[in-house]
Design a protein. Sequence first.
Length: 308
Amino acid sequence: MPGEFEFIDWLRARQTPSARVPVPAGDDLAALRFEAGDGLILVGVDQILDGVHFDARLHAPERIGRKAMNRNLSDCAAMACLPTAATLSLALPRGLPIDWTKRLYEGIEAAGLAFDCPIIGGDTGVWDGPLAVTVSIIGRAGEEMGQTSAAKTAAKTIPPVRRSGAVAGDRVYVTGPLGGSILGRHLDFVPRVREARELVARHRISAMIDLSDGLSRDVAHLARESSVGIVLNAAAVPIHGDVARLNDNRAPLDHALHDGEDYELCFTGEGGIASAIEVGRVVAEPDVWIEFNGQRQPLTKGAFEHRL
């Protein structure tokens, strides 16, 4: 049965970079430039579906709303850009109480405003299917968050970090422990926008992605887009304390590699970055491996994929 990534590859083959669209589909966000000399505008869209990304029977509407916005903010973090504004599309189940819907919106709104990203428009519809929430986001490369107008004018523009810049010899990092997100972190995570900006301001960061589909699959995206190989050190992969609470038969490392929806950043760059956790290295030979006690074996991409 074909999966979403096969379809995405087909879509990407139909797009090419241009002066107006220097970064087409394939990274976490696309980039637009309307006139020569203009700064880049970053654009993306993400949706969450009842029964796939949340359960409207169990989860509070505010939490569902925060997840919808924060997934898009996490895409901004993945490219080290600043969120600017968002639009919202709601496909509402027929009969959904208006107070519940308002609480959903308030969760989306609050998550955006925490990063100076207001909702500026959107659309609603009612149907007989489950709740679907779609957020489109607009971001920008440029000044640091919280700077004055004068400082913003003088600030050095920080170009968006793509998935395609890793080179042999780089180190591989993550910004936090992984696995067990299903116990609640998949709804309540904080997008690493500020962390990303700080990283690119202080260090050479060559490629980056947010860990939505799982470390095993997302690190493979970095390797593929950069035409390099990545070797993960099994002993260095940080395992979240939630994994122990799952009490299942899977190995803790298996959860950290494959669970997904951790929304930490995974990036490549110079050695010695103390603010993140080094988990591997970039090599010239294209592929992805994991190393146990110095013994390398292929890394299975066991993380989540939508099946068509």
